[in-house]
Design a protein around this ligand. Structure first.
Ligand SMILES: C[S@@+](CC[C@H](N)C(=O)[O-])C[C@H]1O[C@@H](n2cnc3c(N)ncnc32)[C@H](O)[C@@H]1O
Length: 387
């Protein structure tokens, strides 16, 4: 999965920047409509206010892809939330060289003013070793680097945002025979099973389920490394993860027991071997494990919400006026209404996508009052009492 997606010369994400939207392989929320970024801009502004309006705040987006979300947040903040905008620095941490080039187009204007930054990926230990920067004793097996490339110092409050980042990280696969590896035999890839590590079995004990005959269950080793790094890297601020995923209880109830999928031209396949390097590979996110890592790092974690609850909470204040701002004629409004519906309804992205929010040194009462966490609490939506 690591090689298929991220090999520097052949990987699906490394060399290709056309995977998103109608002409690509899949849609993410920002491909559906700018209202996703606009609503999140409002939420970020509220968070900034909750932090007592610091003179500077950094949003670091992990895996921004082609950058539509960052552009929508920055454009909307400049237009509607100018005080927040003037405090904001927006960092887009993207590992794909092809997509980093694309980001220069999407966010050119904001990059030119220094409002948005696209850091180069940190060199891996192997690269540092060949450049003579790392000592031989440091050289341990390592994939791509894990950790945040912040633009501002640790005294500046930080919001880390990740939409569909964790589902794109390679996973280990465990079956009843052991852990899946691939071998090249007679010039063909062969599946072989090796003994799993004790940590991988412990992960399943705590946060997942052990595979039964015929099942292939994921262990997101790299994702767990990431969340630990990220959670420890937030001195003051907040982490917001949006992704499709599941909890351990859902796995215990028989759902999400093996979620690795391939996507190409908007069709999904459970076979990851069809066109390596030319298709997306993805696995649902284990939110029980992400939550536990945040708690172990001392973050305060909020109750998991659906994307529907979260966006409805932000949008209900102004009846989703942010979606319809650019509509000139009725037909445009009808089209945007459908796009909005796709983002919030269960048959679209509303129920499959979950929202995890975690924070450090922020007043829990103020966090609980954020609009994204308060859907249905305004009097307009409360059910009248029968007494
Ligand atoms: C499924 S795409 C999501 C893109 C975007 N967030 C969106 O919602 O449209 C996953 C993105 O994460 C990026 N990515 C994967 N691993 C990364 C890493 N270690 N550091 C930074 N970006 C990474 C990929 O290159 C890709 O752009």
């Amino acid at each position: 999965m690591e090689i298929c997606l991220y090999d520097p010369s052949r990987g699906y994400y490394s060399v290709n920047a056309e995977q998103f939207g109608k002409a690509g392989d899949f849609y993410t929320s920002s491909d559906v409509h700018a209202v996703f970024g606009r609503l999140l801009a409002r939420q970020f502004d509220e968070i900034w206010q909750t932090l007592d309006r610091p003179p500077q705040i950094e949003i670091l987006e992990l895996g921004p892809g082609r950058g539509l979300f960052g552009r929508d947040v920055l454009d909307w903040s400049r237009k509607k939330l100018p005080e927040f905008f003037s405090a904001l620095t927006y960092t887009l941490q993207e590992s794909s060289p092809a997509l980093r080039m694309k980001l220069q187009d999407t966010l050119g204007e904001h990059i030119a003013t220094g409002k948005a930054r696209v850091p180069e990926e940190r060199p891996t230990l192997a690269q540092r070793f060949s450049a003579g920067e790392a000592k031989p004793a440091d050289q341990v097996p390592e994939g791509r680097p894990t950790g945040l490339c912040r633009a501002l110092g640790s005294e500046t409050p930080l919001i880390v945002f990740a939409n569909e980042f964790f589902d794109a990280l390679p996973v280990e696969i465990l079956g009843t025979q052991g852990k899946l590896h691939l071998a090249l035999e007679n010039n063909r890839l062969q599946e072989v099973w090796i003994p799993p590590l004790a940590e991988e079995l412990e992960f399943l004990d705590r946060y997942g389920v052990h595979p039964e005959a015929g099942e292939r269950i994921e262990v997101p080793v790299i994702g767990q490394n990431w969340i630990r790094h990220v959670a420890h890297s937030i001195p003051t601020g907040l982490l917001l993860i949006i992704d499709y995923g599941y909890t351990r209880n859902e796995q215990l109830a028989g759902r999400y027991r093996g979620t690795l999928m391939a996507y190409r031209r908007h069709s999904a396949s459970p076979d990851p071997y069809q066109v390596p390097g030319e298709q997306d590979l993805t696995a649902h996110v284990n939110f029980t494990a992400l939550t536990a890592a945040c708690e172990q790092a001392g973050l305060q974690v909020e109750k998991l919400l659906t994307q529907s609850q979260f966006l409805m909470g932000i949008g209900e204040t102004n009846q989703f006026a942010d979606a319809f701002e650019d509509c000139r004629v009725l037909q445009e409004r009808a089209k945007v209404a459908l796009q909005l519906k796709h983002l919030v309804t269960p048959i679209g992205m509303g129920e499959n996508f979950q929202v995890l929010m975690a924070s450090r040194t922020v007043d829990p009462k103020k966090i609980a009052a954020l609009s994204g966490l308060s859907f249905g609490s305004s009097s307009r939506f409360s059910v009248p009492s029968s007494q």
